[in-house]
Structure formats: C-alpha cells, structure tokens
Design a protein around this ligand. Structure first.
Ligand code: ZN
Length: 260
C-alpha cells in the first residue's frame, strides 16, 4: 500500500471519529449514520482490496497484456508436480504453446529437475510463495512475508531460475507485499480468466468457461497437481489448449512492457 493510500484511509478513520463525537455532542442521528458509513466504509475498502484478486488499491497486479493478435498468456499454478508437469509439458509441445508455471517453493524443492525441464523446453517459471498460505497470507507479518518470498527464491535460484513474476495465493494481498516485491524485483501478476479447474468435476466445463471469456491479451489461470480434482487434472489443460487452437489463439509469454 502506498503512503498516500495509508494517509487517506487514516484520515477517513479520524474524520469518522470526529463525526461521531459531533453526533454525541449535538446530538444528531444523521451524523451518526455518516460517521458509521465512513468508519466501516474504510474497512470494507480494505477488505475488498485484500481479498478481491483483481483489485489494485493495495498492490498493483497485472490482469492482461497488450496485443493486437489472438494471443493469451497461459499460467499454470501450484506445481511442479511429478505426475502432471511432464504430461503438461508434452501437451504444450504438441500445441506449440508456451506457458508460465507459478511454482510453490516447497514443491519445487522436492523436484528441482522439473524446474530445469520447464525452462529448457522454453517455458517460464514464476514465484507462487514458499508454502502457499491461503488462509493467513493477508495478515502475515513482515517476517513471514519475507520468508515466503526468500525461501522460494532460494529454491528457484538454486535451479538457475531468476523469476520476475509473482502470484499471490488465490490472489490474496497483504499490506506489506508491494514493498517486499519491489525489493526483490518481482511484479505481481493476476489473471483475466479464472478457469475454475480447482472446483470443477468436468474438464469440458473448464474448457467451455475459458473459451467463453477468450479475448486477445487475456491471462488464463489454471492449476496442476493435487489442487485439482483427479477427473480434471491435466485433461482440462488439454481441452483448453484444443479450444485455443479451435479459436485460432496462440499461447505466448508476454514481455514486461505489454502488461496492463
Ligand atoms: Zn495457487
């Protein structure tokens, strides 16, 4: 969060307290309502920007890229996975597609050879925290945020990977995240199409959903490994790749200056 945003939120809280004092002194019921709206409105704003993945108020995150071609950025989260990753790499080769794998540090540490395989086959690796702390990332301390970033960076760098992209767990932000990312030269990447593969039981449904929302410059969010129900694992990615071919779309890795 920027200093200006923090000062604005703090000023709103102080103004709400001032209105509440005035409401008691006068007394004035309308002032009470205005004080309550302002006081709790700040909390709602903060909650929205912490938990809504596309929100930009606390942490800038890219949700699309600029292109005039029928291109999308396929991103695959939560790996690497010893079963899924090799199959997905073969599928990507077969469809002449490139993807970014947002890997979890502790899973990458178990299979560093998969990181090498991913990069050698022309794909990219992004940072997806060390432990994927879905429930606690929003309130993690500075020390915890740094550990989540640095431990995964150590794993990735040991495999020769210098990531430039970061994706927070399920898109949840943290007040301390922007500065921590900037220190490590990482940029936060969200998505424009959530495939829903972690919640679906039908891979066809996942592909249909992605196909319905396709547009040039979209960032497609998919997953691999145990995050995905067995019936959907890998199959959904295959069907999405086939849908992209049918719609004459290519999977590319955008350049930093294309991101929006
Ligand atoms: Zn994830």
């Amino acid at each position: 969060m920027s200093r200006a945003t923090f000062i604005t939120l703090f000023a709103c809280k102080l103004a709400a307290i001032g209105l509440a004092v005035a409401a008691v002194t006068l007394p004035d019921r309308r002032l009470w309502v205005e004080a309550s709206l302002l006081f709790f409105g700040v909390d709602l704003w903060v909650l929205y920007h912490l938990f809504i993945p596309s929100a930009q108020g606390l942490c800038r995150n890219f949700t699309r890229f600029k292109t005039t071609h029928r291109e999308v950025w396929l991103t695959i989260d939560d790996g690497p996975d010893v079963l899924d990753t090799p199959l997905i790499l073969d599928l990507l080769d077969r469809h002449d597609a490139k993807a970014t794998f947002f890997v979890i540090g502790e899973r990458a540490a178990l299979h560093p050879e998969l990181l090498t395989e991913i990069t050698q086959r022309g794909h990219e690796i992004g940072h997806h925290t060390q432990t994927h702390p879905v429930m606690t990332f929003w309130c993690a301390s500075l020390d915890r945020v740094h550990r989540e970033l640095d431990q995964a960076l150590t794993v990735l760098r040991a495999a020769g990977v210098r990531p430039r992209w970061f994706r927070s767990p399920v898109g949840i932000k943290n007040f301390l995240l922007p500065a921590a990312l900037a220190e490590r030269k990482l940029a936060c990447v969200g998505w424009s199409i959530r495939s829903g593969d972690c919640l679906s039981r039908q891979p066809e449904q996942v592909a249909t959903r992605v196909r319905r929302h396709l547009r040039p410059g979209a960032i497609v969010l998919m997953h691999e490994g145990p995050s995905v129900p067995p019936a959907v694992r890998v199959k959904a990615i295959r069907l999405v790749l086939e849908a992209l071919v049918a719609e004459n779309y290519r999977c590319v890795l955008p350049k930093p200056d294309q991101l929006r």
